[in-house]
Design a protein. Structure first.
Length: 135
């Protein structure tokens, strides 16, 4: 009589091989997700810079943008807070500073911000033309 199926040893070997492959893939996946989170934090910082500039242009009045670690705030010419955004994934933005936009949407100077998470950091550059670049 011929038996069909797998022996217990064969099943254990397959489970061990699959487990080893999953362990390798999990580490790679974790690093990939951390990189995605860092990129998202940098994009959100760039978007809020662009939004402050757009508001200044639309209203033809000065706006300022405060960057304080994990928070970014847009303020109008009177100092009234218009919007506050928390940078996601426990990211920190440095240096902590205030960017002033003219009514034409031009910043007072060029800035380079560093958005940092546990995975690493990315630069977000605000050019004197008002363009925001993530190199």
């Amino acid at each position: 009589m011929r038996r069909r199926g797998f022996t217990l040893i064969e099943l254990l070997i397959v489970i061990a091989v699959v487990g080893a492959l999953l362990a390798i893939a999990a580490g790679t996946l974790q690093r990939y997700l951390q990189t995605l989170r860092l990129n998202e934090s940098a994009r959100i910082t760039a978007n809020i810079l662009t939004e402050a500039r757009s508001r200044a242009i639309r209203r033809s009045e000065a706006f300022s943008l405060e960057l304080t670690g994990d928070r970014v705030r847009i303020r109008d010419a009177d100092g009234t807070m218009i919007k506050e955004v928390e940078v996601p994934h426990r990211a920190q933005v440095s240096p902590q500073t205030t960017v002033h936009f003219t009514g034409r949407g031009l910043p007072d100077r060029q800035y380079v911000f560093r958005v940092s998470t546990a995975r690493g950091s990315r630069n977000v550059t605000l050019l004197t033309t008002g363009k925001v670049v993530i190199p």
